[in-house]
Design a protein around this ligand. Structure first.
Ligand SMILES: [Zn+2]
Length: 497
């Protein structure tokens, strides 16, 4: 016991979790600060869904008009150099013409990390009349793109991977490629829907990016020693003559993590493969993470519907936070290193959280800058559901350590631009968010809650859901007066339709 306590202290000192999908870091256990939940309550009514009226025919997601990204990249791992060509075929899915295209080019936030060699239209016509707006490339269109029309751009670029531990960067043992190619933001009838990075007191707060679902075809080659490379992705590749071919449908991003030292644990669950990539030193924790992901997928398939993905990949990250992408999640190295073989550990807290983002983030999108609670409160409360089902005796421990030890307060509907900074953001959106979800469930009852949350997850697949979507679905599953509850937790209390 003493050892475990010492480890916890060291971990708190070592690991400062900054943003995104965060934390799991804990104060000393304070089991006396009683959570309201009863640890013995076992696993909840099976949701038997009574869906609201649905359209008679099921339309294709995004009417089959999702953006098509075709990307070729060649990686020189040992020289940290990448050449790439990205072709983006975009359809105007709105009711109004589009006068300028926007590409988010995230690597531009790092000094000299990207060189855009050329931009062409799909027919080969060079594009030179563009300008930069922060890390966005703005391309005025000579002829507005009318509703239903398509336009294609080809970006040739080189990446000089920054020497940093991050979701975009390379360390001695790991190359991480997230948001690495020109990405088109969501478009509404009002215009392009993008938000600035939130930086408060030198800390990044939350995630400002979110994207529509798109189809990805990615061809990956290595310049040398391809046989050494272990490539983690959100989908399994085909290998043809040394080239890795990835085809990923209806994903919001395409993320890779590459190392020449990864060891891999493999599982299968309900038609989904789980692969867990860790450094050799953490191989046994990697096996444990794979098992946790299997249990998570089993449970949340019941609560939220099928995960849809063929693959869920877990990667041990060199950096000090956790992050979700489509089919791939990063969990910080410290969490693997301090895995203690028991469920009273951050790996057991964080794995269900990150895997739950395959539903709330990947399948059901949301505006992560302005309405971050829609994925983060649900993901944090999903941790509670995991403990409630698999380790009911530890549910009160989870509430005490993960939530109430931080004395959470603040509005659940805070944005990432909260001036009070990172901890206030986490405490309100994630932690008080979990309390809101529990109070909502306690108020409307288990049957209504689980029917509602599953309906919300199913109805908003391949969309970017909003607060309004959440509460309009909720209104179909309860007649309770929720005014007081909403006023307690929301700066802008929703009015149920
Ligand atoms: Zn999260």
């Amino acid at each position: 016991m003493k050892k475990i306590v010492q480890k916890s202290i060291i971990l708190i000192l070592l690991v400062i979790f900054l943003f995104g999908c965060t934390t799991g870091e804990k104060e000393q256990p304070t089991p006396t600060s009683a959570p309201t939940e009863t640890a013995t309550s076992t696993a909840t009514a099976e949701p038997t869904i009574t869906p609201p009226p649905t359209p008679t025919s099921t339309p294709l997601p995004l009417n089959g008009q999702q953006t098509q990204y075709d990307i070729e990249l060649t990686i020189n791992y040992y020289n940290r150099f990448i050449t790439a060509r990205s072709r983006s075929l975009y359809t105007n899915k709105t009711q109004f013409p589009i006068n300028e295209m926007i590409f988010i080019i995230y690597p531009t936030i790092f000094q000299n990390a990207i060189y855009v060699k050329s931009i062409e239209l799909g027919n080969g016509t060079p594009v030179s009349n563009f300008h930069w707006d922060g890390h966005r490339m703005v391309i005025p269109l000579d002829t507005p793109l009318r509703p239903g029309e398509q336009i294609e751009f080809v970006h040739d670029f080189e990446l000089y991977m920054p020497n940093r531990a991050g979701t975009f960067g390379q360390t001695d043992h790991q190359l991480n490629l997230s948001y690495w190619f020109p990405m088109i933001p969501p478009r509404t009838d009002e215009g392009w829907d993008y938000y600035e990075i939130s930086l408060v007191n030198s800390q990044f707060i939350g995630e400002n990016f979110f994207f529509e679902n798109a189809d990805f075809n990615v061809r990956l080659e290595f310049t040398d020693r391809a046989e050494n490379m272990k490539v983690a992705a959100g989908v399994l590749p085909q290998e043809v003559d040394g080239t890795l071919l990835y085809e990923m449908k209806l994903a919001r991003t395409f993320t890779l993590s590459i190392s020449d030292v990864y060891v891999i644990a493999e599982r299968d669950v309900l038609g989904t493969k789980v692969l867990s990539y860790t450094y050799p030193e953490e191989a046994s924790a990697g096996e444990a993470a794979a098992d946790l992901a299997v249990d998570t997928i089993k449970l949340f398939t019941e609560y939220y519907g099928p995960v849809i993905r063929d693959l869920v990949t877990i990667v041990e990250a060199d950096f000090e936070h956790n992050m979700e992408y489509d089919g791939l999640i990063f969990i910080s190295r410290g969490i693997f290193m301090f895995y203690n073989g028991t469920p009273e550990t951050n790996l057991t807290i964080i794995t269900p959280h990150e895997v739950s983002h395959q539903w709330f983030y990947s399948l059901v999108g949301n505006n992560q800058a302005m309405e971050p609670w829609l994925d983060e409160a649900i993901a944090t409360y999903s941790e509670a559901l995991f403990y409630e089902h698999y380790y009911p005796d530890l549910l009160s421990w989870w509430w005490a350590n993960r939530v109430d030890g931080h004395q959470p307060s603040g509005y659940v509907d805070n944005t990432i631009y909260l001036e009070a900074g990172y901890e206030a953001y986490r405490n309100s959106v994630y932690l008080n968010g979990a309390h809101f979800m529990q109070d909502l469930r306690d108020t409307i009852g288990d049957e209504a809650y689980f029917n509602f949350i599953k309906a919300y997850a199913l109805e908003n697949r391949y969309q970017i859901a909003s607060n309004e979507d959440f509460f309009s679905t909720l209104s179909l599953y309860t007649d309770e007066d929720l005014t007081t509850l909403f006023e307690e937790y929301f700066a802008n209390p929703p009015v149920m339709p």
